[in-house]
Design a protein around this ligand. Structure first.
Ligand SMILES: [Zn+2]
Ligand SMILES: [Zn+2]
Length: 144
């Protein structure tokens, strides 16, 4: 599939061609603070199929696991465009709200459900984990 997206002001654009490896929601407090919302919608994709135009500014912090996560945002408008995970070299997490069409790829699981607000309902077909550490290894290996 081909996916395209951009930041709010349009200074940064990107395209991805291929298949996303994982599509998920994260409700960890860091994702909530960084995104200003209660859910982070992420698509992890192989970097080989990903191209980006424009300049992003990185901010790196340590996840609960102690591993680094770098969130990259447009310095002009502040939109968070991608994340990079220490655990997943060679992959990029697209922040799905920046997609030109964020409706085409559904998430299959959610992480940190313990800090998801009770009033937020998600599709009951999604697998739900209290933390990244509780997710099965194959779903965890790239996150945090
Ligand atoms: Zn921008
Ligand atoms: Zn998170």
């Amino acid at each position: 599939m081909k996916l395209e997206g951009r930041c709010l002001c349009g200074a940064v654009t990107y395209a991805f061609e291929g298949s996303p490896m994982f599509v998920f929601h994260c409700h960890c407090r860091d994702c909530q603070r960084a995104g200003g919302s209660v859910v982070h919608y992420g698509l992890i994709v192989p970097e080989a199929g990903f191209t980006l135009q424009g300049e992003l500014r990185p901010y790196t912090s340590k996840a609960e696991s102690g591993r680094a996560i770098t969130r990259e945002f447009c310095p002009t408008c502040g939109s968070g465009v991608i994340n990079r995970l220490e655990m997943a070299p060679g992959a990029v997490v697209i922040r799905g709200g920046t997609l030109d069409d964020p409706t085409v790829v559904a998430p299959t699981f959610e992480l940190y459900a313990r800090t998801k607000p009770a009033w937020l309902k998600t599709d009951e077909r999604m697998r739900s984990f209290d933390a990244a550490a509780n997710a099965p290894r194959e779903e965890l290996s790239w996150h945090n």
